[in-house]
Design a protein around this ligand. Structure first.
Ligand code: HEM
Length: 209
């Protein structure tokens, strides 16, 4: 059962300059012990747009199977998610902008505002991440390190699919992407959304070696 992670230290928002842009939300947090898996940001569901225009997330993770075998020390975890093709000015409807993002942990909530507000100290200049031709993702530099030796060994064993091979990852790229996106692979917890977006971007940009 997923539980809220102990405390959030920082929420970072950045805009990926795709057309239309993506908003990347990254959270640095601490868990109460080692051994927490799959830290995940889950957006609240809204029937009506919130009055303050702020989109809320819960930060949860899977606690260790047994606290007896985990270390009782505050342990850094991070999670991220991507809002794809986001129209910041009309996020909630025509002329209803996204005002910011807030994330709830077990013991605190942190908020980052996107627009300057009178009286608010949290005026944010969005750093721009430009995904241009010159930083086109490359397999050897950007994609290959995403696969752990464990993933490679298991997938060779169960499906004869060598995730360490450029040719195989090219050939089965769409199948791999589908399993990454539906969260069923890797089997022990999904990739951060930013890694999935990177993999998707690499496929879309022509699978550079
Ligand atoms: C980034 C890591 C991984 C990726 C991208 C990945 C990808 C995939 C894909 C694309 C399939 C479907 C293959 C087919 O239909 O022929 C699959 C199946 C499978 N994978 Fe993985 N895998 C990953 C990690 C793992 C790990 C760590 C394990 C085991 C500990 C695992 C166990 C399995 C098993 C048992 C199947 C067959 C059952 C099923 O389709 O769900 N995989 N994986």
């Amino acid at each position: 059962m997923n539980q809220r992670i102990y405390a959030i230290d920082a929420v970072t928002l950045s805009l990926q300059e795709t057309q239309p842009p993506n908003l990347l939300i990254q959270v640095d947090a601490r868990a109460i012990s080692s051994g927490w898996r799959a830290p995940t940001l889950t957006a609240h569901h809204y029937r009506l747009p919130p009055k303050d225009g702020i989109l809320a997330y819960d930060l949860t993770g899977t606690p260790p199977d047994s606290f007896a075998t985990s270390l009782p020390v505050l342990t850094r975890v991070s999670a991220d998610t991507v809002l794809k093709a986001v129209d910041l000015a009309n996020f909630w409807g025509p002329d209803q902008p996204l005002a910011g993002v807030c994330c709830h942990a077990q013991s605190n909530t942190k908020q980052m505002l996107l627009q300057p507000r009178i009286g608010s100290p949290e005026i944010l200049e969005l750093p721009k991440l430009t995904l241009s031709e010159d930083i086109r993702p490359q397999y050897a530099r950007d994609i290959r390190p995403l696969f752990r030796p464990y993933d490679i060994a298991m997938m060779i064993m169960v499906r004869d699919l060598d995730l360490g091979s450029y040719e195989a990852v090219c050939q089965y790229g769409e199948l791999i992407l589908a399993r990454l996106k539906d969260g069923t692979m890797p089997s022990d917890g999904p990739w951060p959304a930013s890694d999935i977006a990177l993999f998707e971007h690499w496929l879309a940009q022509g699978k550079a070696p």
